[in-house]
Design a protein around this ligand. Structure first.
Ligand SMILES: C[S@@+](CC[C@H](N)C(=O)[O-])C[C@H]1O[C@@H](n2cnc3c(N)ncnc32)[C@H](O)[C@@H]1O
Length: 240
């Protein structure tokens, strides 16, 4: 079982999620929040953990965008579809960019992959350091620990003429980490292959996130229960 979270799934990510998530609608909600709360007109935006660049496709219509992700393949895919944006392969915990941004977003639980509370604080400090003086951060957290469903097995499929793809996953909480055991069945060219990955995520509750925002210097942390997608994550918003 591979420990590099997206080494298998990156290739199938868009096929799997584009029929489940409405990135255009999500980007519109994110833009609406920025416009409502900004103290001066926001021009620049960083998407940390941007994945294949689907939010950036729409956000780049209104902002000068930069996308950052630890996975090289994800960044290659994002680059090929969002031509006007800048991209960087880097770890959100300790990346260093020369630019400062009016807004930093970290969506669809990318933040969860920092695994530990101490890394969450480092990541938020790093976001803080890369924000302009009146900048805003918007973070869609991983599911709160209190909502962990013991024994739950998720199942998702995708199929077209050439590919049949199945993803099944179950989770365990081990001390302070939420481990997701992802199993994939990939059927193509007359063969079926099995692969698996472990996604190591934060196992934190609402209060832990609020504390991490405070410790990293953010002010006015608020939590919107308004959900971008599946009704169980919400959004943290904070100001420099
Ligand atoms: C669930 S995907 C979300 C991607 C994208 N934001 C979306 O909405 O589709 C999580 C992403 O976080 C990236 N990631 C995980 N750990 C990271 C880290 N430490 N620094 C930067 N990116 C990271 C993964 O490579 C992956 O692309």
């Amino acid at each position: 079982m591979k420990e590099d979270s997206f080494s298998v799934f990156a290739e199938y990510y868009d096929l799997f999620y584009l029929e489940r998530k409405d990135y255009e609608k999500e980007a519109k909600i994110v833009k609406g929040i920025i416009k409502k709360l900004e103290r001066k007109k926001s021009r620049t935006l960083l998407d940390a953990g941007c994945g294949t660049g689907e939010h950036l496709k729409y956000l780049s219509l209104d902002f000068h965008c930069t996308g950052l992700d630890i996975n090289k393949r994800m960044i290659e895919m994002a680059k090929s579809k969002v031509l006007g944006a800048k991209f960087k392969v880097a770890n959100m915990i300790d990346f260093k960019l020369r630019s400062r941004f009016d807004a930093i977003v970290c969506l669809f639980s990318s933040i969860g992959y920092v695994q530990r509370f101490s890394n969450l604080v480092k990541t938020l400090e790093n976001f803080h350091g890369h924000l302009d003086d009146t900048g805003l951060v918007i973070v869609e957290p991983w599911i709160f620990r209190k909502d962990f469903k013991k024994g739950h097995i998720s199942l998702g499929t995708y199929e077209d003429e050439e590919l049949k793809f199945v993803r099944m996953a179950y989770s365990r909480i081990l001390k302070s980490m939420w481990l997701i055991y992802m199993h994939y069945l990939i059927g193509k060219r007359g063969e079926i292959k099995h692969s698996s990955e472990i996604h190591k995520m934060l196992a934190l509750d609402y209060e832990d996130y609020v504390k991490a925002f405070e410790l990293s210097g953010f002010k006015d942390t608020t939590y919107l229960t308004e959900n971008l997608w599946d009704g169980c994550r919400g959004l943290f918003i904070a100001r420099k």
